[in-house]
Write a protein that binds this ligand. Structure first.
Ligand code: PLP
Length: 382
C-alpha cells in the first residue's frame, strides 16, 4: 500500500503507542483522585501539556485538552460570542473546515452574525479584507492556519496584528499546520488555536485548544473541574500521553521533515505537471504545506481516479463529498474560482515523513496510466 492521505489522518508512531500503553494497562487511576497511584496519570498529563505547549511557543497552562480539532473549533467559536452580549459578529473565510463553517452556521441560527470572506484563486485571504470587515460588535476573527484540501498557508501573523490593533479576539484552526510548519502563538498574535493529535502521528480523539493566558474564556462542556475548570470530563489519559509524545517527535524532527517532504512534494508536482497534459495544480505554489499536492485532471472525475488508484494500492482523496448518491464539489475549490466540473476533477495527495521517492514515482506512473486510459475512453475529452 502507498498511503498518500495524511491530511485525513496519519499512522500513529510506534513510540506513541508504546508511550500510551502503560496508561491503558497499569496506570488506570483517575487523574482527579488524591492517592499516589492516580498521581502517575496526573503527572503524565502535565508532561504532555508541556510537550504540546513547546511546539507552539506557549505556556503549558494555556493548553486545554479536548476530544479533537472539531471540539476545539466549536469551543472557540461558541464561547467567543458568549463573552459579551453586545459582540455577536464573527468573521471567517470560505475555505474553513466544516468544524468552523457548520458551527458558525449554528451560531447564526441562534442570532449571531457571520461574515464569510472569499479568498483568491490560490486560496489566500487578503488581510485587508479582514480589516474592512471588522465592526464595533465583532467578537472573533477565525482564519485557518493552513487549508486541509489545497494546503494553502494563510497570512496568520498579519491577521493577528490586525485583530489586535482592533481589539478583536483571533482564533486559528491550526489542525493541518500544527507540527508541520513552525508556529509561535506569540509571534502570530493568536488568542486561540485548535490542534489535533491524529494529524501528527498521534492517536485519534484527542486535541487541544490553546487559550492565551489571562483571557477569560468560558467552558464548552460543563461538569467536573478538569482542565482547570475549563473542560469537564475525565481525561483521555492515554490519548493525551500519545499526543504529548507525538509533539515531542514533531518538535525534534520539524526541520528535517519539512525539508524532506517539500522536496518530495516538489518532485511530485513537477512530474505531474510536466508529464501529464491538461492538469492544474490547485492551491498556492509558494505558501503551501510541505506535504500537500492537489491537482485537477481535465475530463476525469476525481472519485473515479481515486477508485483506480485504490485498485493499485494507492490511498488518496478528493475534496468532493459523496452525499445521497451525488458528488458535491469541494467548497474550498469552488471558493478558489473553479467551476463545479473542475472541482470534481480534483485529487489530493498528502505525504508523510515515511513517504519515499519510489512511492512518489510509482504514484506518478499510476496517474499517467489512469489519466491516459480514462481520456482514451471518454468521448467528451479531446
Ligand atoms: N480542522 C481542520 C482544518 C481539519 O483538517 C480537521 C480534520 O480533518 C479538523 C478541523 C477536525 O479535526 P478532528 O478530526 O480532530 O476533529
Amino acid at each position: 500500500m502507498i498511503y498518500l492521505d495524511n491530511a485525513a489522518t496519519t499512522k500513529p508512531k510506534k513510540e506513541v503507542i508504546e508511550a500510551m500503553m502503560p496508561y491503558l494497562t497499569d496506570y488506570y487511576g483517575n487523574p482527579s483522585a488524591i492517592y499516589q497511584f492516580a498521581g502517575e496519570a496526573k503527572a503524565a498529563i502535565e508532561n504532555a501539556r508541556e510537550s504540546c505547549a513547546r511546539l507552539i511557543g506557549a505556556k503549558a497552562s494555556a493548553i486545554h485538552f479536548t476530544s479533537g480539532g472539531t471540539e476545539s473549533d466549536n469551543w472557540a467559536l461558541v464561547q467567543a460570542v458568549r463573552l459579551n452580549p453586545d459582540k455577536k459578529h464573527i468573521i471567517i473565510i470560505r475555505i474553513e473546515h466544516h468544524a468552523i463553517l457548520h458551527t458558525a452556521q449554528a451560531l447564526r441560527l441562534e442570532g449571531s452574525e457571520v461574515t464569510v470572506l472569499g479568498v483568491d484563486e490560490r486560496g489566500r485571504i487578503n488581510p485587508k479584507d479582514i480589516e474592512d470587515a471588522i465592526r464595533p460588535d465583532t467578537a472573533l476573527i477565525s482564519v485557518m492556519t493552513a487549508n486541509n484540501e489545497i494546503g494553502t498557508i494563510e497570512p496568520i501573523e498579519e491577521i493577528g496584528r490586525i485583530a489586535h490593533e482592533h481589539g478583536v479576539l483571533f482564533h486559528t484552526d491550526a489542525v493541518q499546520a500544527f507540527g508541520q510548519i513552525p508556529l509561535d502563538v506569540n509571534k502570530l498574535n493568536v488568542d486561540l488555536l485548535s490542534a489535533s493529535a491524529h494529524k501528527i502521528y498521534g492517536p485519534k480523539g484527542v486535541g487541544l485548544l490553546y487559550i492565551k493566558e489571562g483571557l477569560k474564556f468560558g467552558s464548552l462542556l460543563h461538569g467536573g473541574g478538569q482542565e482547570r475548570n475549563r473542560r469537564a470530563g475525565t481525561e483521555n489519559v492515554a490519548g493525551i500521553v500519545g499526543f504529548g509524545k507525538a509533539c515531542d517527535i514533531a518538535y525534534e524532527s520539524l526541520d528535517d521533515r519539512m525539508k524532506r517532504e517539500s522536496e518530495l512534494r516538489d518532485h511530485l508536482i513537477h512530474r505531474v505537471l510536466t508529464e501529464i497534459s491538461d492538469v492544474n495544480l490547485n492551491g498556492d505554489p509558494v505558501h503551501r504545506l510541505p506535504n500537500n499536492a492537489n491537482f485537477s485532471f481535465r475530463g476525469i472525475e476525481g472519485e473515479s481516479l481515486l477508485i483506480m488508484l485504490d485498485m493499485r494500492g494507492i490511498c488518496a482523496s478528493s475534496g468532493s463529498a459523496c452525499t445521497a448518491g451525488s458528488i458535491d464539489p469541494s467548497h474550498v475549490l469552488l471558493a478558489t474560482g473553479l467551476s463545479p466540473e473542475e472541482a470534481r476533477e480534483s485529487v489530493r495527495l498528502t505525504l508523510s515523513d515515511e513517504t519515499t521517492m519510489e512511492e512518489i514515482d510509482q504514484t506518478v506512473e499510476a496517474l499517467k496510466q489512469i489519466v491516459h486510459d480514462f481520456r482514451e475512453m471518454s468521448p467528451l475529452y479531446n
